[in-house]
Ligand binder design. Structure first.
Ligand code: GLN
Length: 490
């Protein structure tokens, strides 16, 4: 069962080959056995998950099941979930039990999915390696001495080790796509505004977007169908006609299912910066795409080279404002000893936040301060516009943009932890997509030295269905995504 697609699990549940309670128990047992080696889950509540499973079984018995009814799903600990500890990977929220559900959580609940647990993450989603979590790093199931990527590293490790059929993540600068690449998964960051951010703890509000982390594009389509949709509680949620994201995935006998597709290869993705072994796998994937009927054109995204610099002004600026609410007064960690109100704030924040979060708050406050706002924040916003314009002109020449997701395969734990700039460069290929608000997906494209590598596909606004199809056709012909790490069989 752990190798079944979501569709196949749904079928097995429908045919009563297995019940949701049995399936959920099976995953809970796997988590108990394997999570100590990975640290992928921060909280599991067996009683609550099994109660949801038995409710799903009752629904299935009445013949009222949908595509996710009774299927266990793990959620990144950035999503508020009623009655669950919701820490966002921080000491600051180590005692926060959410009184309400995030939109993403309530949508999965309404679909009858079973909440399997909350997954580890970089503190407040700041990181690319899952090493900034207050609860310790997550280990990559492909090599436990290496990072799973971040910030949705717990979700990625959990899916990769088959400790859940699928999971949710969030992507502010690459945090779904980069861990997907490092763990041999498929991860989709939707167009900004497609998935509601209500109840998702804010990092950089103009960039944050939730999305699915699964084993295949087809699974991600099923998950996105549940996650996407208008929500008046998020002012940036888009009121669009609902669509079926799996509508293009139907079986075809066409040997060239992607005939007519124009793939854009940005020269900036194929210059320096990427390790030769990852680049070789990306090049082979492009060759495979040509076999499927796609044509390739060279394009240019001239401002993309400025994306990391612009992001590390804009994201910290927004973070410094969003994190101001954690003051030790209303909720969250409060320092045990203080003389006056000012000391209560200072000590609570000094003790409650980790080093990376403090670094971002300092940078963000600095770039927004009088005298520096014009020099840094305003300039970064201008660059953001140029980057978005580059994509708009590129999409006149091509339908999908392809390149690497991450410049390297999974690196060793600790390797970049003391060098923030090296860490920030892990996202050189993913960040521009967030700055422009576009959809992007990472899919497995092979292995280098036993470690998975990811191929990134970027689409124009609202072309998730096409992106998923382009990913799916590759996966049918090149099933790298079916490979799984050893050591998690029992
Ligand atoms: N690695 C990037 C950062 O540290 C992106 C994180 C994310 O997408 N949440 O900000």
């Amino acid at each position: 069962m752990i190798e079944h697609s979501l569709q196949a699990i749904a079928r097995a549940l429908d045919n009563r080959e297995i019940s949701s309670v049995e399936l959920t128990q099976h995953y809970l047992d796997r988590i108990a056995r394997h999570n100590p080696r990975l640290n992928a889950y921060l909280s599991v509540d067996a009683a609550s998950s099994l109660a949801q499973a038995s409710a799903a079984d009752a629904q299935l018995a009445k013949g009222e099941g949908g595509p996710l009814t009774g299927i266990p799903i793990a959620h990144k600990d950035i999503f508020c979930a009623k009655g669950w500890l919701t820490t966002c990977g921080s000491r600051m929220l180590s005692n926060f039990v959410s009184p309400y559900d995030a939109a993403v959580i309530s949508r999965f609940k309404a679909a009858g999915a079973v909440m399997l647990g909350k997954t580890n993450m970089d503190e407040f989603a700041m990181g690319s390696s899952n090493e900034t979590s207050f609860y310790g790093p997550v280990n990559n199931p492909w090599d436990t001495s290496r990072v799973p990527g971040g910030s949705s590293g717990g979700s990625a490790a959990a899916v990769a080790a088959r400790l859940t059929p699928a999971a949710t993540g969030t992507d502010t600068g690459g945090s779904i796509r980069q861990p997907a690449a490092l763990c041999n998964l498929t991860g989709l960051k939707p167009t900004y505004g497609v998935v509601s951010r209500y109840g998702m703890i804010a990092f950089a509000s103009s960039l944050d977007q939730a999305g699915p982390l699964g084993r295949s594009a087809a699974d991600c389509a099923t998950l996105l169908n549940v996650m996407a949709g208008f929500d008046e509680r998020d002012s940036t949620s888009l009121d669009r006609t609902p669509e079926d994201y799996s509508r293009e995935l139907a079986v075809t006998t066409n040997a060239k299912p992607l005939a007519g597709l124009r793939i854009g290869l940005p020269e900036q993705f194929f210059g320096e910066g990427c390790s030769p072994e990852v680049m070789q796998l990306v090049e082979s994937a492009i060759t495979e795409y040509r076999k499927l009927g796609a044509e390739t054109v060279t394009i240019s995204l001239p401002s993309m080279t400025l994306s990391v610099a612009a992001y590390y002004v804009i994201a910290p600026a927004e973070a410094s404002s969003n994190l101001a609410r954690f003051d030790g007064v209303r909720y969250g960690y409060r320092a045990p000893e203080y003389q006056d109100l000012n000391e209560l704030y200072c000590r609570s924040r000094a003790q409650g936040f980790g080093a990376e979060v403090k670094r971002r708050i300092l940078i963000g406050t600095y770039v927004l301060s009088h005298g520096y706002y014009d020099a840094y924040y305003l300039q970064a916003q201008r660059i953001r516009r140029l980057i978005a314009n580059d994509f708009t002109s590129a999409f006149q020449q091509c339908d999908v943009i392809v390149g690497p997701t991450s410049p390297s395969t999974a690196f060793k734990l600790g390797e970049k932890a003391s060098d923030p700039v090296q860490m920030y460069l892990s996202d050189i290929y993913t960040i521009a997509v967030n700055l422009a608000g576009l959809p992007g997906i990472s899919i497995p494209c092979g292995f280098a030295g036993g470690l998975p590598a990811g191929l990134q596909l970027i689409g124009d606004y609202f072309t998730e269905a096409r992106l998923l199809n382009v990913a799916h056709r590759y996966q049918q012909a090149n099933p790298w995504h079916l490979q799984r790490p050893t050591g998690f069989d029992d």
